[in-house]
Every structure is written in structure tokens, then in C-alpha cells.
Design a binder for this molecule. Sequence first.
Ligand code: ADE
Length: 340
Amino acid sequence: MSDRIVSPSIKQEELALDLSLRPKKLAEYIGQAKVKENLKILLEAAQARHEAVDHILLYGPPGLGKTTLANIIANEMNAAIKITAGPSIERPGDLAAIVTNLRAGDILFIDEVHRLNRAVEEILYPAMEDFALDLITGKGPSARSIRLKLPRFTIVGATTRFAMLSAPLRDRFGAVYRLDYYDLDAMKTIVARSAKILGAEIEPPAVTEIAQRSRGTPRVANRLLKRVRDYAQVRADGKITEAVAHQALALMEVDELGLDDIDRRVLRTIIEKFGGGPVGVGTIAAAISEEADTIMDVYEPYLIQLGFLDRTMRGRFATRRAYEHLGLEPPDRIEQNRLL
Ligand code: ADE
């Protein structure tokens, strides 16, 4: 699972290198022009007023730079950042322990913010809105509620599933930004920048080759680059030429659109086992022994973006393009499916 090029998270040992590849300032951050511009205004305005920034929600597919942006926000604001994730905050007391240790202006980054449980969410509302913590002490008739004042801090929430956020939580974020897959130009700039930081010698056509196969995702680009660099070192003279990049990527079974073995298995399952669809994601997951969440978060968004997959109320359908990409003959009735 963790050895894949496309995966939802970062391997522990890769973290140090990944951190060095991540931009620290907004000016170094490539792509996502709209988000960057809005964020710049938000941060500058707060700085000028000497206030903590409003709570920020970042959403979009994994690997596009949500954590990177949270760190940049802290950096730009000269603020400390505490990092946590929805599933790690199990009880209201866990959240209370975190927020009572924050100082004014601090950033609290909550990854997978859609996975906070209800009890925790309930105490988060007044914490976000009024910077107050409502604690219950004692039990039964002697139970009392006390209100604790908190410093003005900023929550940066991140999620891959915007729709799973409850409306009250969504409403408490003053700024909501959607990150999208990067275009080819941005991906090329990111690959070239990362190669420079890694000290890898790379020819421009090899930069393009890696950028094209990185599914618009910097995390994937950085992983591919590192594996191609390994290949160049072991099988060639260390220089990443177009031919070297091509061979390395072929060996990793990443095709020219960036699809890997799992993407192809998802599509083949829909087409070959379920007549092109409709089929539920749970069934696809079981058929290929994958987690449904991983398929929904990591694989489907890119397949949908490519126009290879349709997500409907009745289930998933493979599109004509998917058949063509896999070199399979599409059935005549496929257009009908798309209308449903
Ligand atoms: N590394 C990962 N994401 C990046 C981005 N958006 N800009 C520059 N380098 C990155």
C-alpha cells in the first residue's frame, strides 16, 4: 500500500525529503493561482489589522498541497502551527487539551476535518465562533457548565470530501478554497524545481514526461521524480534523459496519462465484470481488494476528470473513452448510460 506512486498519504521515511521539496512561502507556491491570490489578500488584510486570520477550509483531492498551504499560512503570518487530524481527536477533552494550549494567532491545522465526531464538533463550534470552550464539570444534578475564554486562533481545516462536512461546521470557516488538479505547465515547473532541490540532473523532455504522468498532483510528481532518479542512478549514468524517464516510468507501469495498475483495474472491473456499469464503489473495491475510501478519494476524482468514469445515483459507469484508452471495444448502448 505505502509503496505506491499514487496513495493517499506519505510514508514516514519520505517525510523529511517531502518537507524539503515543499515551498515555504506563498511566492514559491506554484499553480492554484486563484487560491493563491485570495489567500494573499486574506493574509495581508489580517496582518495589517494585527488580527488572527479567519478560519480557512481547504478541500480537494489528496496530494495537491493542502498541508503545504497550511504551513505556508503559518509561515506568512509568523505564527506557530499545531498539526492534528480529525480521527485523532476522539473526545471533547482531546480538543480542549489542544485549544487551551494555543496562543493568540496560532494556527491549528486539522487534516481530514470531515472525520471529527459529533461530540467534538459540538465543542468546536463555540471555539471557532466565540473563542470560548464550554466545559461540563461534574455529573447528574451537580453538573455545571463553565465557559473558558480562548485566545484568537485560526483553524485551517483540510478535507478530500467537502460534501461530508456538516453544514454548521462548513459555515464556520470564513474562507473556503478548492484546490484543483494542476495544469501541465505548473506540473513541469514543480518537477523542475524539485529536481533542482534534489540535485538531480534532468533534461527538459524528461521534465515534461514526468509532469505528464503525474495526474496533475505534485505529490505524485515528486514520487515519480525520486523513483526515476533511482532508475537513472542504477541503470544509467545518473542523468535523467527522456529515454531514461520513459523506461523508468514504463517499469513502474504508469501510463502516458498517469494511470497506474489500480486505475486500470478499477476500469477493467467495471467493464469486464459489470458490463460497463452501473456498479457501486463498494463492489468495485471488493473485486480488486482495495479500500472503498481510497478508490473514492484518490482514484475516482482523476478518472472522472479524464472523462473515463461517470458517477451517477445508480453507480459507476465506464465511458467510451475508458474503453478506448484500454484498447477495448465499446458497446453501442454506452451513450444511453451517460444520459441516466
Ligand atoms: N511542491 C508541492 N506542491 C507544490 C506547489 N504547489 N508549488 C511548488 N512546489 C510544490
